[in-house]
Ligand binder design. Structure first.
Ligand SMILES: Nc1ncnc2c1ncn2[C@@H]1O[C@H](COP(=O)(O)OP(=O)(O)O)[C@@H](O)[C@H]1O
Ligand SMILES: [Mg+2]
Length: 238
C-alpha cells in the first residue's frame, strides 16, 4: 500500500457502445502510482492500455470510478483546473509522434508553452534548451519530414518535457522505431526517471518494460492481471 500516491484510481471502468454491443475497454482497474516511479504497462492489443493512459491524462472520462491526482479527483476539477493539469503537470508522448508537419522541431516544442503562462519571449529559449538536451541542437530548424523516426520521437519527448511536467505518459513510444532508436529512447526515459520524473509507459515490448520500469503491470480484457516487479513471463493465473 502506497501512502500519498501521485495518482490513485479505484475500480476504474470505461465502456464503449459499439452498435448493440458494449465494449468493456477498462473493467475495474485499481492502481496507485508513486511519485518518482517508472511504471510499465504491457498487454496485448485491445487490452485497454491506451484507454487507461487517456483517462489518467484527462483526455477521456470514465464510465465509473475516479482518477485522483494527489488526492484530487479529476472529475471534481473545473474545466480551467483540468486544462491546467494537462498543460502543466502532464507530458504525453505517442507512438505516432503527433508533430505538426509544417512546423520546425523548435516550433513544435514551443507549442507546448502556448497554454502554460510562459511569456512569449521565453518560449524559444526554453524550447532550444530542451532540444539541445535531447541531442538535437543541429536539427532545430528541420521539419519532421526531414528528421529520422528516432529524431522525431526525441522532438516529441522535448515537447512533452519543456513545460517541466511532474509525470510523463508514454503510449508505445518506441512502437514505430527500429532497435537502435528504441534503445536510445529507452535510455533517455530511464535517465529522465533517474532525475526524478515519474513515468508511465505503455509498451508491447516486455523486455523494454522490464529493463526500464520499477514495476510492470499486465493488462488483459480491461483488467490488471499482474502487478509487480516479478517476471511477467511466467504462466498466467488460472
Ligand atoms: N472510441 C472507441 N469506441 C469504441 N471502442 C473503443 C474505442 N476506443 C477503444 N475501444 C476499444 O476498447 C478496447 C481497448 O482499446 P485500447 O485501450 O486502445 O487498447 P490497447 O491500447 O491496449 O491496444 C478495444 O477493444 C478497442 O477496440
Ligand atoms: Mg494502444
Amino acid at each position: 500500500m502506497i501512502n500519498n500516491p501521485w495518482l490513485h484510481t479505484t475500480d476504474l471502468c470505461r465502456y464503449y457502445r459499439r452498435g448493440s454491443q458494449e465494449v468493456r475497454a477498462l473493467d475495474g482497474v485499481t492502481l496507485a502510482v508513486e511519485r518518482g516511479e517508472f511504471l510499465g504497462v504491457v498487454g496485448s492489443s485491445g487490452s485497454g492500455k491506451s484507454t487507461l493512459l487517456n483517462l489518467f491524462a484527462g483526455l477521456d472520462t470514465p464510465t465509473s470510478g475516479s482518477v485522483e491526482i494527489q488526492g484530487v479527483p479529476l472529475a471534481s476539477m473545473s474545466r480551467r483546473q483540468l486544462a491546467g493539469y494537462r498543460a502543466q503537470k502532464v507530458g504525453i508522448v505517442f507512438q505516432s509522434f503527433n508533430l505538426i508537419s509544417h512546423y520546425s522541431a523548435l516550433q513544435n516544442v514551443e507549442t507546448a508553452l502556448y497554454f502554460n503562462n510562459t511569456a512569449p519571449k521565453d518560449r524559444r529559449r526554453l524550447a532550444s534548451a530542451v532540444l539541445e538536451q535531447m541531442g538535437l541542437a543541429d536539427r532545430m530548424m528541420h521539419r519532421p519530414s526531414d528528421l529520422s523516426g528516432g529524431e522525431q520521437q526525441r522532438v516529441a519527448v522535448a515537447r512533452a518535457l519543456v513545460k517541466k511536467p511532474e509525470v510523463l505518459f508514454a503510449d508505445e513510444p518506441t512502437g514505430n522505431l527500429d532497435y537502435d532508436n528504441s534503445r536510445q529512447i529507452a535510455s533517455l526515459l530511464m535517465s529522465l526517471n533517474h532525475s526524478g520524473l515519474t513515468i508511465l509507459m505503455v509498451t508491447h515490448n516486455l523486455e523494454m518494460a522490464q529493463e526500464c520500469a520499477h514495476r510492470t503491470i499486465k493488462m488483459q480484457y480491461g483488467a490488471i492481471i499482474r502487478d509487480g516487479s516479478a517476471n511477467l513471463r511466467g504462466s498466467e493465473p488460472s
